[in-house]
Design a protein around this ligand. Structure first.
Ligand code: FPP
Length: 235
C-alpha cells in the first residue's frame, strides 16, 4: 500500500446502536466492539502503522448509566489482562491519554502497569484515551507551560508549537494524519483537538462492531489518494 498514514485516530462509535439492532444489552455492543478493536490493533501493528489512537472512554462518558459505565470499566480490565502478553510480544508501546487518577483504582493500576511494561517497546505506539477530554488536555498543557515560566525554565516568548506539543499526551509523536469515526456521525467529540489540525477525516457508515479489517484497508487506500496541502497550494 502506498502512502500509509503515520498516525491514525479512531472514534469507535455505534456500539449502543449495534446492541439495539441485535436486541441485546448495550454492554454486549461494547463487548463486540472490543473484538473489532483487537483486529484493528493487530493489523495496524502488522503493517507498520506508527501511531494508533483509540477513544475508549471520554470524560463525558461518566454521564452514562452506572450499569454501562461499570460494563465499560470491566471491559477495560478484561482487555488489558487478556491482551497485554500479545501486545508486548508484538513490541507495541501503550500510552494512556487522560486522567488515570480519576479511574477506579483497579483500572488505574492495570493501565499504569501496561504502560510501564511496554514503555521501551519499539513497534506500534498504541494510545488509548481513557477518562480523556481534548479541551482538558489543552488546558493541562497550558498549565504545565505556565509552571515552567514561573520556575524560570522558559520564557513566555519561547512558547511555540514544538514546546506546546511536548506537553500533550502525544508528546514525541506525529500529529494525526487520519481520523476515522464509525457510525456515520460527523463530530470530533472533544477528541485530540490540537492534534487533528490537518487530519484527513473519514466517516464510514458502519457501526463499530461491524467495522472490519477489510473496511479499514479501504479507508487507508482512500487516505492514500487524498491530496494534502496543509493550507498551501499543489506544486
Ligand atoms: C461509542 O459507542 C463507544 C464508546 C463510548 C466506548 C468504546 C469502547 C470500546 C469499544 C471498548 C472498551 C475499550 C477498551 C480499550 C477495551 P456508543 O455506545 O456511543 O454507541 P451509540 O452512539 O450507538 O450508542
Amino acid at each position: 500500500m502506498s502512502h500509509l498514514p503515520r498516525h491514525i485516530a479512531i472514534i469507535m462509535d455505534g456500539n449502543g446502536r449495534w446492541a439495539k439492532q441485535h436486541k441485546l444489552a448495550t454492554a454486549l455492543g461494547h463487548r463486540k466492539g472490543v473484538e473489532s478493536l483487537r483486529e484493528i490493533i493487530r493489523y495496524s501493528s502488522d503493517v507498520g502503522i506508527a501511531v494508533l489512537s483509540l477513544y475508549a472512554f471520554s470524560t463525558e462518558n461518566w454521564k452514562r448509566s452506572p450499569e454501562e459505565v461499570s460494563a465499560l470499566m470491566g471491559l477495560i480490565l478484561d482487555f488489558f489482562h487478556s491482551e497485554i502478553d500479545e501486545l508486548d510480544a508484538k513490541d507495541v508501546r501503550i500510552r494512556i491519554m487522560g486522567d488515570v487518577d480519576g479511574l477506579p483504582e483497579k483500572q488505574a493500576r492495570t493501565v499504569r502497569s501496561a504502560q510501564e511494561r511496554t514503555e521501551n517497546n519499539k513497534g506500534l505506539q498504541l494510545n488509548i484515551a481513557l477518562n480523556y477530554g481534548g479541551q482538558a488536555e489543552i488546558l493541562r498543557a497550558i498549565s504545565a507551560l505556565c509552571e515552567k515560566v514561573i520556575k524560570g525554565d522558559i520564557k513566555c516568548q519561547d512558547i511555540d508549537d514544538a514546546l506546546f506539543q511536548q506537553e500533550l499526551y502525544t508528546a514525541g509523536q506525529p500529529m494525526v494524519d487520519l481520523l476515522i469515526r464509525t457510525s456515520g456521525e460527523m463530530r470530533i467529540s472533544n477528541f485530540l483537538l490540537y492534534q487533528l489540525a490537518y487530519a484527513e477525516m473519514l466517516f464510514p457508515q458502519v457501526l463499530w462492531p461491524d467495522y472490519t479489517v477489510d473496511m479499514f484497508k479501504k479507508d487507508l487506500e482512500t487516505f492514500g489518494g487524498r491530496d494534502r496541502r496543509y493550507g498551501g497550494r499543489k506544486a
